[in-house]
Design a binder for this molecule. Structure first.
Ligand code: ADP
Length: 430
């Protein structure tokens, strides 16, 4: 009973095994512990105690040290094997000091001198042992739960790995299919483009013959219509040229034809070729290049193609009164930086990461109005990249764009005091 005269629930479920051969001590201790609220079982020998320990779990074993047959020491040792988490308390007389020490070494949790100094002393020792046992049980419970969680985690891990493996296989499969489709698309593109080009070239040739009056007399007011036809066929041919190039590159890979060229001359040539387009759109076109040639070891055709696409866009996505500037600087440091700057419609920041993607066109009215295939920048970037030049853009919507890249040159560094000596070769505004 506790101080309120009641047996607390915890104690009622707490089983204590009392081992004492002296009947009077056994009975009084048993009575005291039952009164304390414990479920106490009393046995008179080590043999009986072991038999009970084999059948039932106990919170505490309270044993005399001197017992007939199996004594307290042997009992502690064997009980430890049977119920290792159960504290064993030795009851020993003062004269049994050595034996008590031995019992502690064998794993006894505590000892109580006998006869008991007071029953309260026994109660405290039992309570401490019960608490110790409960803590061990709690720890075991935590360990068990952690073990369970670890097992679940390991299982989840295994499932995850399996899932990742499955998805990877799916992706590999999908990738293979995509590659096959891509090859089919490239073949189709190459074939269709070649098929389109041949009849168009023939149409272009005959229209030109008619326009020049080689085939028959054409009324003078009709000649301009034939020229319009020619211009539009030229546009179509340029588009098809782009498609053919792209398809060939995608299908057969690329072989660069590197030669020593003058980058300045190439820039002049490409800018001159774009002049009529700029004039027609009322866009000013200026080229700033150094006075001396810029020797570079590059693929002339691919560099020219990249420059043409960049210049074409700079004029196309511009407005009447706007300007396009092509410039080279840093020539003296073995690197020539080429800039194509326009004051056109600009490109929103969110679009700048996409414009180099194949067939991508900014989904805005001006873009649609200006047509195109969405391949110009892809071709320009790929061509330049093959020559080790990285094409970059900086742009502000409504203000204009600057496309730039750096070309390795074969110029000797003229030193910091030697100015670039750039000259403005042409500027045109309409
Ligand atoms: P397109 O055939 O449409 O010109 P590109 O690959 O050359 O294809 O360019 C992709 C898109 O990037 C264009 O449709 C346009 O929206 C945008 N763009 C490219 N250059 C410029 C520029 N200088 N100014 C504004 N927008 C540009």
């Amino acid at each position: 009973m506790d101080r309120n005269g009641q047996k607390p629930q915890v104690k009622m479920n707490t089983r204590i095994l009392l081992v004492e051969d002296e009947a009077s001590v056994r009975d009084s201790t048993h009575t005291f512990l039952v009164d304390e609220g414990y479920a106490c079982e009393a046995v008179a020998s080590g043999t009986d105690a072991l038999a009970r320990l084999e059948q039932q779990a106990f919170a505490v074993v309270l044993t005399d040290i001197r017992l007939p047959g199996i004594d307290g020491l042997a009992l502690v040792e064997r009980a430890n094997a049977l119920q290792p988490d159960t504290p064993k308390i030795i009851m020993s007389a003062h004269s049994d000091f050595e034996l008590t020490l031995q019992a502690i070494r064998l794993g006894a949790y505590d000892f109580i001198p006998k006869p008991f100094r007071s029953l309260e002393h026994l109660a405290v020792a039992i309570r401490r042992a019960v608490q110790h046992h409960q803590m061990i049980l709690q720890r075991r419970d935590y360990e068990r739960r952690i073990e369970e969680m670890n097992q679940k985690l390991a299982q989840l891990n295994a499932e995850l790995e399996e899932e990742v493996h499955r998805r990877t296989e799916e992706l590999i499969h999908a990738n293979r299919q995509l590659r096959t489709l891509d090859e089919m698309k490239n073949n189709l593109l190459a074939n269709v483009s070649h098929e389109l080009r041949t009849p168009l070239v023939s149409v272009r040739g005959y229209v030109e013959l008619f326009a020049d009056g080689h085939l028959c007399e054409i009324p003078s007011h009709c000649v301009k219509y034939l020229h319009t036809c020619m211009r539009n066929v030229d546009k179509l041919l340029a588009l098809i040229e782009g498609l053919v190039n792209y398809a060939d590159m995608a299908r057969d890979g690329v072989e660069l034809e590197l030669t020593d060229i003058d980058l300045r001359a190439l820039l002049e040539e490409v800018t001159d070729a774009a002049r009529s387009q700029a004039t027609a759109r009322q866009v000013g076109l200026a080229l700033t290049v150094p006075k001396t040639p810029i020797p570079a070891h590059i693929d002339r055709r691919r560099m020219g193609e990249a420059l043409r696409h960049l210049l074409d866009n700079a004029i196309k996505f511009n407005q009447a009164g706007g300007t396009v500037q092509v410039a080279v600087d840093n020539v003296g440091t073995r690197l020539a930086k080429v800039w194509i700057h326009d004051t056109g419609i600009g490109i929103a920041e969110s679009e700048q990461g996409h414009i180099f993607d194949r067939f991508y066109q900014v989904d805005a009215k001006p873009t649609r109005r200006h047509g195109g295939t969405g391949m110009g920048l892809t071709i320009a970037r790929d061509n330049l990249r093959l020559m080790g030049c990285e094409l970059r853009v900086s742009s502000q919507l409504g203000k204009g764009s600057t496309f730039h890249f750096t070309v390795p040159t074969q110029l000797v560094d003229p030193g910091p005091h030697n100015p670039l000596g750039a000259v403005l070769t042409a500027a045109q505004h309409k």
